[in-house]
Design a protein around this ligand. Structure first.
Ligand SMILES: [Zn+2]
Length: 318
């Protein structure tokens, strides 16, 4: 192989000396370098593309990212549960509770509104990004939970009212149902007047009975009047709320005074023959607003005396 010459200055002799360099060595060094570079390139290629491995930094970032994604997924599946639970409560609320109390039901869409209170960092994300989707769901659920809460509050107010309604509306006979102690002498409605024979609406229900039978108030309420009135004689008018009043007439004795608060079944006096009567009886009226309504619709005369006493039992002592 041909040799290349190299001239080098000898600093002691100040002469150029010829030094022979082997081209072979140069080529060998170059080849070694190229081989090393090639091996490195192949290594990188294998690493990145064939074995699909990452550079250390990328690997760390990818691992972190995977952790975040799995946390988001976990959160998302918890949200699934919460959402299902809330939807169940919500539909029971709309289809059962609100309907029981005659309240308008509210659509599920209105129950799951987006409050729009998302932070700008979230709004900057694209709509399909998991973080944004999760944040939006969280926002909706928060809104829905607040809505549900207020709906339950409304219902509990209605329920309290309904409870009051149930105890205030006239619902029991004003006398003991023992059939040996009274006789239904005149029902509610049109009849000929027992005194002058003219056709007239009978505004109440008559229970013919001996004077002295205990009269009980038929629902919770407040005594509005307790006095002698023309026609009615000694009579008591009770206001029950919700538009209802009851009147007890022709009494022989009044045991209550105006303003007195009564519980259903409380004694208010005794039967008699005061006022405009042909014989002793209790004239019992139920009014709704200004209308007289049929008292028979507000009691069950077929209940046994024992049942009747158990209904008013809590108020026996009064
Ligand atoms: Zn009457």
């Amino acid at each position: 192989m041909e040799e290349r010459k190299k001239y080098i200055l000898n600093r002691e002799t100040l002469k150029y000396e010829i030094r022979e360099v082997s081209q072979h060595r140069f080529v060998k060094a170059l080849a070694t370098f190229l081989a090393a570079a090639l091996i490195f390139a192949v290594y990188v290629w294998l690493y990145l593309y064939v074995f699909d491995l990452d550079l250390p930094k990328t690997a760390i970032l990818k691992r972190q990212n995977a952790r975040w994604v799995s946390r988001l997924e976990m959160m998302s599946s918890r949200l699934d549960n919460d959402e299902a639970e809330l939807k169940f409560l919500s539909s029971r609320d709309a289809k059962v509770y609100r309907q029981v109390f005659g309240m308008d039901s509210v659509s599920l869409e209105r129950r799951f509104p987006l409050t729009g209170a998302l932070p700008p960092e979230i709004l900057a994300l694209r709509p399909w990004e998991p973080l944004r989707r999760t944040a939006e769901r969280l926002d909706r659920l928060t809104g829905a939970a607040a809505f549900q809460d207020s709906s339950y509050n409304e219902i509990s107010v209605m329920q309290r009212k309904a409870g009051e309604l149930a105890t205030h509306i006239p619902a029991i006979p004003p006398l003991n149902t023992d059939k040996s102690t009274y006789k239904m002498s005149s029902p509610f409605g049109y009849r000929s007047d027992p005194i002058n024979g003219s056709a007239k609406q009978h505004t109440g229900m008559d229970f013919a009975c001996r004077p002295g039978n205990t009269i009980r108030v038929t629902g919770d309420g407040v005594v509005e009047k307790a006095e002698y009135e023309t026609g009615y004689g000694e009579s008591v008018l009770v206001y029950h709320g919700f538009g209802y009043r009851t009147r007890y007439a022709h009494m022989s004795r009044i045991d209550v005074e105006p303003g007195q608060v009564l519980k259903r079944g409380d004694k208010i006096g005794a039967t008699g023959a005061s006022g405009r009567v042909t014989g002793p009886h209790l004239h019992y009226e139920v009014l709704y607003g200004k209308e007289f309504v049929n008292p028979a619709d507000y009691m069950d005369l077929d209940m046994s005396p024992k049942e009747y006493m158990s209904l008013v039992g809590g108020n026996k002592k009064k």
